[in-house]
Design a binder for this molecule. Structure first.
Ligand code: 3BY
Ligand code: FES
Ligand code: FE
Length: 417
């Protein structure tokens, strides 16, 4: 009897990735690739972790778990956001077990070593003479905020292009005033799919007919131009062209940057930023396009600003309107489980029930996320069949190819190191 053929190695699968096609099945299904994705991608890239509004006061913390890593994000007494490995310097216990909370000091639940919110070891009972607490501070993690958004990088040496990306996107995002926002709602959704299917799905609107609520106010025109717009989308396209001309005038008069920047796959910190109109009233993600929040995020003279969209590899996308912002963070949990954390941000002084109705504010993206979760679970199921073979991306899915190309480049860089 012939011995079974050896499984193709990860390196071979990476090397032979068919350009313009979805990945071969093991990328989505195997434990090996899951581990590789954590080490080569999530532990080496800048990832979106939270909005600053999730940590409004000194001592407020959240824990972020990425594969075997757990990170404490905490606001220190100087009101800076800090990040530390959630690993005790005594005998390694995970220190904080809650997803979020507020602390005076960071105290390990095992033998009560006590750290300040700046990571210094303040107290360790019954140590031998000569014990030097200054050698046992919490290990820090690189952290950076951009206009109220918190990013972290687990690598000892993070990709050096992040500062430049920050400098370029900050002027787009800062006018939305997220440093003075509060969390109106956060929903954690666990999708039954590999994290790359979640990201691929986000990077196209080929499936947007499956989002009836979103389609009312959002122009589903990924990459379509006068020449190639499908007949069914032509009326939408014509409305878009008019709305875009008007929006550009508004952006010019308010000094809001709006030139699209698309550098998704040719750099360690791949990103895309774009300002564009919304349909109907053009103000927000609501059934009639009108603002969901009366108190706008900033002192804008009009709510009709459409949306600012920001895509960041590997794990985030954002929509900023005049009245609210929505952040989406993707965290892999297992080869077939992915956390999508959606956070709605409104002006810090907006009052629920007075300035906004929570259901109106959250309805469209909550419904859209559920629909996307069903799509990606369906993709994961089909890919699990031995009959699956990679299929071609259409031109309207160019950002999916960009994402996968970026991903493959990261794996190659890791495997060749
Ligand atoms: O949020 C996004 O950017 C993409 C675009 C269209 C649908 N989707 C959820
Ligand atoms: Fe944390 Fe002992 S392991 S105090
Ligand atoms: Fe979708």
């Amino acid at each position: 009897m012939n011995a079974p053929a050896p499984a193709t190695s990860a390196a071979d699968l990476v090397a032979r990735r068919p350009v313009g096609h979805s990945l071969e099945a093991p990328f989505y299904l195997s434990d090996d690739f899951f581990g590789l994705d954590i080490e080569a991608v999530f532990a080496r890239s800048w990832i979106f972790a939270a909005a600053e509004a999730e940590l409004p006061e000194p001592g407020d913390y959240i824990t972020v778990t990425v594969g075997p890593y757990s990170v404490i994000l905490v606001r220190d007494d100087d009101e800076e956001v800090r990040a530390f490995h959630n690993v005790c310097r005594h005998r390694g216990a995970r220190i904080l077990n809650q997803e979020r909370g507020s602390v005076g000091n960071i105290v390990c639940g095992y033998h009560h070593w006590t750290y300040g919110v700046d990571g210094t070891l303040l107290h360790a009972e019954s140590q031998a003479p000569g014990f030097d607490p200054s050698c046992f501070g919490l290990k820090s993690v690189h952290v950076r905020t951009i206009a109220g958004l918190v990013f972290l990088c687990l690598a000892a040496q993070p990709p050096s292009d992040f500062d430049e990306v920050a400098d370029r996107v900050e002027p787009y995002i800062a006018p939305h005033n997220l440093r003075h926002a509060k969390v109106a709602k956060q929903i954690d959704l666990v999708e039954h799919a590999n994290w790359k299917l979640t990201m691929e799905n986000n990077r196209e609107c080929y499936h947007c007919a499956g989002h009836p609520e979103l389609q009312r106010c959002y122009f589903p025109l990924y990459n379509f131009t006068e020449k190639n717009v499908p007949p069914a989308l032509r009326p939408t396209y014509e409305r878009f062209v008019k709305a875009e001309a008007e929006a550009h005038e508004t952006y010019e008069s308010l000094g809001l940057p709006y030139a699209t920047i698309e550098e998704l796959d040719n750099r360690p910190t791949g990103f895309r930023i774009q300002r564009e109109p919304l349909d109907l009233a053009g103000e927000s993600f609501t059934a009639d396009g009108k603002a969901a929040v009366k108190r706008l995020l900033a002192d804008f003279p009009t709510a009709r600003l459409g949306r600012l969209g920001f895509h960041l590899q590997p794990n985030a996308w954002f929509h900023f309107a005049a009245d609210h912002a929505v952040t989406f963070a993707v965290i892999p949990l297992a080869p077939d489980r992915t956390l999508v954390r959606t956070t709605w941000l409104v002006h810090a002084e907006a009052v629920e029930g007075v300035d906004y109705d929570l259901d109106t504010l959250t309805h469209i993206w909550a419904a859209t996320n559920e629909q996307d979760a069903a799509f990606v679970a369906r993709a994961h199921q089909g890919i699990s069949s031995p009959a699956y073979v990679p299929g071609p991306y259409s031109p309207t899915e160019s950002q999916v190819e960009d994402f996968i190309n970026w991903y493959i480049t990261r794996l190659k860089a890791y495997l060749e190191r």
